[in-house]
Write a protein that binds this ligand. Structure first.
Ligand SMILES: Nc1ncnc2c1ncn2[C@@H]1O[C@H](COP(=O)(O)OP(=O)(O)OP(=O)(O)O)[C@@H](O)[C@H]1O
Ligand SMILES: [Mg+2]
Length: 357
């Protein structure tokens, strides 16, 4: 270290040097290299200098804020002589996935696809609560329901009817602070639609390009079950930041999850991780972990089976709103923070960081 004495003034360089020893635990790089330190001000005083700055997180849903704050204060007071106090403010600026920039004509920073090998495992429930949770943290969020077989995102958000069209573009509904568009809005009511490849491709593309999406930090795409046409169409139409795979705890579901992962891999979509849903006495626990092991990715969270989750879905009141203190809601909020952190990693990485063999 330098030989600065108590009388030498505290400099910006010294503070930044101290902060460059603090790692962002998810991003595996230091706060200065990641350009997270802003508005650095050093105020002199007879008792010593007071150092103030803003830490610009890469997501408002950062799960590690407390840890980063403690380590930053510790580093500055220990490594910079003459500091009497450290004031830290937090702010957040979601970084854009570089693969999206310039490739899409919509102001969306990150696109997250929620998939599963099998139907009925809770994709739409997870997509809905993930979106609302991220909005509750202060992020701007949209949900795109790409389920062609049974779009039920509108029901889960308590929405019905058709969206307005302005200047040739559909205007998303807003519920719980989340912008929502569903494949259901494009389907003629009461008519069975047989989607053929090119038509499906076009319809999915329209949900991105013919919708007046706001400036979104995260766009969550709820996929239909399976690993077929829709996934393929989606990955060919838009650059995906990453995919989340939902599975149930039991064995049969695990092999389905693996198939879902293989589809993402083939499409070169980074896998953010696996979510185990409906864990508990009936279906057991641990299958999510096993699936994550098999796929070679992270277990992002485990959501318990709780009747309130289904009731919330049926009544258009997501569990994180209807019963925020419930175990399932707390698990959903935690899951959302975890996914936001993983998205930050993928968005900043030059190459997909998670690959499976
Ligand atoms: N953790 C949970 N606890 C209790 N019920 C749940 C839970 N997660 C989902 N459900 C319920 O299970 C059913 C299926 O969930 P959901 O519709 O989200 O699955 P999905 O994977 O989107 O299905 P599909 O493949 O048909 O699109 C719904 O009735 C939902 O309310
Ligand atoms: Mg669904």
């Amino acid at each position: 270290m330098s030989s600065s004495s108590h009388t030498s003034p505290v400099t910006q360089e010294a503070v930044l040097h101290a902060l460059s020893t603090v790692q962002e635990p998810e991003l595996h790089n230091d706060l200065v290299s990641l350009n997270m330190i802003r508005n650095l001000v050093i105020a002199g005083g007879s008792a010593g200098a007071v150092v103030s700055f803003t830490i610009m997180l890469t997501t408002p849903a950062c799960p590690l804020r407390g840890l980063i704050e403690r380590e930053a204060i510790e580093a500055v007071t220990r490594l910079v002589p003459g500091v009497a106090g450290v004031n830290i403010r937090f702010d957040a600026e979601v970084r854009s996935d570089h693969r999206i920039i310039g490739k899409l004509n919509i102001p969306v920073k990150n696109i997250i696809a929620v998939a599963s090998g099998k139907g009925g495992v809770g994709k739409s429930t997870i997509s809905t609560n993930l979106a609302v949770s991220l909005a509750l943290e202060g992020a701007t969020v949209g949900v795109l329901d790409a389920d062609i077989y049974g779009p039920n995102i509108p029901m889960m958000f308590g929405l019905s009817g058709k969206p307005r069209v302005e200047e040739g573009k559909m205007v998303p509904f807003t519920a719980y602070g989340v912008e929502v568009i569903s494949m259901g809005f494009l389907m003629p009511e009461g008519e069975a639609v047989v989607w053929r490849g090119p038509m499906l491709h076009k319809a999915i593309q329209q949900l991105f390009t013919d919708v007046r999406w706001g400036e979104l930090d995260y766009l969550i795409v709820d996929l239909p079950p399976g690993t077929g046409d829709a996934q393929l169409s989606l990955a060919q139409s838009v650059p995906l930041t990453g995919g989340v795979i939902v599975t149930m705890p039991q064995q049969v579901s695990i092999s389905d999850a693996r198939r879902g992962a293989t589809a993402f891999k083939r499409l070169e979509v980074p896998i953010l991780g696996v979510v185990e849903n409906m864990a508990g006495e009936i279906f057991g626990t641990g299958g999510g972990w096993e699936a994550a092991e098999l796929i070679g990715c992270e277990l992002l969270g485990s959501i318990p089976l709780e009747p309130k989750v289904r009731m919330g879905g049926d009544s258009g009141q997501p569990i994180v709103i209807a019963a925020p203190e419930s175990e399932a809601a707390i698990a959903m909020r935690k899951l959302a923070r975890k996914i936001a952190a993983r998205v930050s990693v993928v968005a900043l990485a030059p190459e997909p960081t998670v690959r499976i063999e």
